[in-house]
Write a protein that binds this ligand. Sequence first.
Ligand SMILES: [Zn+2]
Length: 217
Amino acid sequence: MICVILLGPPGAGKGTQAKSLSERFNFLHISTGDLLRENVKKNTPLGTKAKEFMEKGELVPDELLENMILEKFNSLKEIKGFILDGYPRNINQAEFLDRILNENNCKEIIIYLQSSEKVIVERLSGRRICSNCQTIYHLKNMPPKRDLICDLCGGTLYQRPDDQEETVKKRLYVYLQETSPLIKYYQNRLNYIFADDEADIVFGKIVEVIENESNLK
Ligand SMILES: [Zn+2]
């Protein structure tokens, strides 16, 4: 089984790329955010515990997340591979992942999407979301037909506070600070990919790395 680990700052395009990759290679896309939401929604024992932390605005402890990943992992016997997006975030998590990948004879491919601050700010600060149906637009790359009105439902578009320019810069700084030990931990295992280009160009480069490393062609 192949495990693609997608790393990179917010706005580098991890989510978009993970989605395209899962379609191309028929890999399962595991986003820890989705995994958390899924467990909470289904009221699983792990979800119930996680909810307590989330409601207090605290980070969900590593151990809880590990158990969710393990559960998911054990349910995956038949698949060719999976893509992890948003995990690991720290060395603890990376060590855990190394352990389960080793135990299960998985081949890891670690990809770091590298984007400049300028492009990240442009991508995230231009994002607008429909307050009614949650469709995502971009003022430059995917503008609505009428100013700040949703094409699909006529709802008003708004900007998430998280996507304001100053906040984006702060998020980026926090990400780089938090993950620098992780990058060191992975050092010569990382495949750096320049991710300022259009999504389909970046996608082509990732596909090439995966094909070369996994003999999937
Ligand atoms: Zn809408």
